[in-house]
Design a protein around this ligand. Structure first.
Ligand code: PLP
Length: 373
């Protein structure tokens, strides 16, 4: 059975060129990047050129990029340091952030004397910007943590507007860009953001590697203590092959960005048209969404909710109910819970997320199988 993978917001298949690059590095560049001999220096050079490639695409300084093992790690580090070391007393965020942000904030709330304000979410999944702006009515030292693109519904936040507002009010801005880096262009000379986090497996790179952008203007304390790696901020021998894979994947994403974005957009639009034709009462969850994520509320009874993913999976079709981390759980998605009414939240919603490897033929097979349920 040929598998159909429509769950690219959870993770993406690795590009063959990325695998090839990683194999070369694993075979030939085995030196410890901290060693001073030439074999070590070869590994170090790969890390530094990878850093430069990322910086070039984001238009920032290579010094501002720190490699991590995941975006979750980077977010944990940044949020904790902001509270512990920068004297932040209040966090403004939303209840539809990824759990990497939400659960870190829950943990910080237990440990530190801070307060959290949640921005209202509109029924179309967008932030209530008027509410956001009204929250800056005092001069408490504030950290704003808001994502760029929501991983479940694909809604795009206006991070330029958020960042400008933050900086006008002396607030620090952390942005989870896991779903947008590699898919949209960034110019960090123009975007007023202090911290970004990213993860290679979302843009056809390897799992277990990501990076943080930390603006030069704000000094963070180390996350791990030990060696001098990553300017002493994240000790531990670097995963050279992973880093090489990350930068190759990001480079290829940016080289192909327009072509692939247009292709994916067309597939998403085709899928949406076919869904509407076959299930006229279907609704889209979220407005103003990125070109690769389609979250739909199916006009099926609540009893069918549990069966859908299972039945599709039996046919080799991978889609997601909410975020990947929740697909095995029976809890409703925390994102949809903020947007949908009591009745709709019980009905089945599906997240279908595309990459340039998908085809319209695959969409047809998916729709046929959905019709059989
Ligand atoms: N933030 C968002 C929006 C995500 O989609 C994910 C991955 O599911 C993460 C954070 C966590 O990234 P990582 O897998 O690198 O920890």
């Amino acid at each position: 059975m040929k598998k159909i993978y429509l769950d690219n917001a959870a993770t993406t298949p690795i590009r063959q060129e990325v695998i090839d690059e990683m194999v070369i590095v694993m075979q030939s560049e085995y030196g410890n990047p901290s060693s001073t001999h030439s074999i070590g220096r070869g590994s170090k050079a790969i890390i530094e050129s990878s850093r430069k490639i990322i910086a070039k695409h984001l238009n920032c300084s290579a010094q501002e990029i720190i490699f991590t093992a995941s975006a979750t790690e980077a977010t944990n580090w940044i949020l904790r340091c902001c509270i512990k070391d920068l004297g932040i007393k209040r966090i403004i965020t939303s209840k539809i952030e990824h759990h990497a942000t939400l659960y870190t904030i829950h943990a910080l709330l237990k440990e530190f004397d801070i307060k959290v304000d949640y921005i209202n979410i509109l029924s179309n999944g967008n932030l209530d910007y008027a509410h956001f702006e009204s929250l800056f009515d005092n001069d408490e030292k504030t950290l704003v943590s808001l994502m760029h693109v929501n991983n479940e519904i694909g809604v795009i936040n206006d991070i330029q507007r958020i960042g400008e507002w933050c900086h006008q009010h002396q607030a620090v801005f952390h942005c989870d860009t896991v779903q947008s880096i590699g898919k949209t262009r960034f110019d960090l000379q123009k975007l007023p953001v202090d911290f970004l986090v990213s993860s290679a497996h979302k843009f056809h790179g390897p799992k277990g590697v990501g990076f943080a952008f930390l603006t030069k203007k704000i000094g963070l304390k180390p996350m791990l203590f030990g060696g001098e790696q990553e300017k002493g901020l994240r000790a531990g021998t670097e995963a050279v092959h992973q880093i090489a894979g990350l930068s190759k994947a990001l480079d290829m994403s940016f080289q192909n960005i327009d072509k692939e974005a247009n292709y994916i957009k067309e597939i998403k639009e085709y899928c949406w048209q076919q869904l509407k034709e076959n299930f006229p009462k279907i609704q889209q969850n979220g407005e103003n969404t990125l070109y690769n994520i389609l979250n739909v509320l199916l006009p099926f009874s609540a009893e069918k909710t549990a069966m859908i993913l299972f039945n599709l999976d039996m046919k080799g079709i991978a889609v997601s109910r909410g975020s990947a981390c929740q697909s095995g759980s029976i809890k409703p998605s925390h994102v949809l819970a903020e947007m949908l009414n009591e009745n709709d939240i019980k009905k089945p919603s599906l997240r279908i997320s595309f990459s340039h490897y998908n085809t319209k033929k695959e969409v047809d097979v998916f729709i046929e199988e959905l019709k059989r349920i």
